[in-house]
Design a protein around this ligand. Sequence first.
Ligand SMILES: [Zn+2]
Length: 121
Amino acid sequence: MSGGGQRPLLQRIPVATKEVPVTPEQEKQLQHIETELAIASKKLRLVQLRKEIAKTELDTQAVMLRLTQFIETADRENIHMRNQRIINFVTGAIELADYERQHLHECTVCQTMCDTVMRVV
Ligand SMILES: [Zn+2]
């Protein structure tokens, strides 16, 4: 090696002055890569859509759960016992749930229904 020492690495790399010709084989490979990129992009979109759907399903389940809890609470607090429950209870076919027992203690409408059913059966 002679004079001036070594130049930095980047300056030693030859710069291409004209476009490197692409062979038909390379052209085909490039097209293949572009096709694969397009497919990968579509797959990514599909995964994103699946994620959105899963999230929506979770939201729906949460709403359904809240609705079910709301209806159960309303059942316990505001709605009289179903006649079929009272008949089954009076005939000894079922035992009442705690909240039904509680309701029966406090509700004259359901007590009257119980009395009526007892007289009939
Ligand atoms: Zn009642």
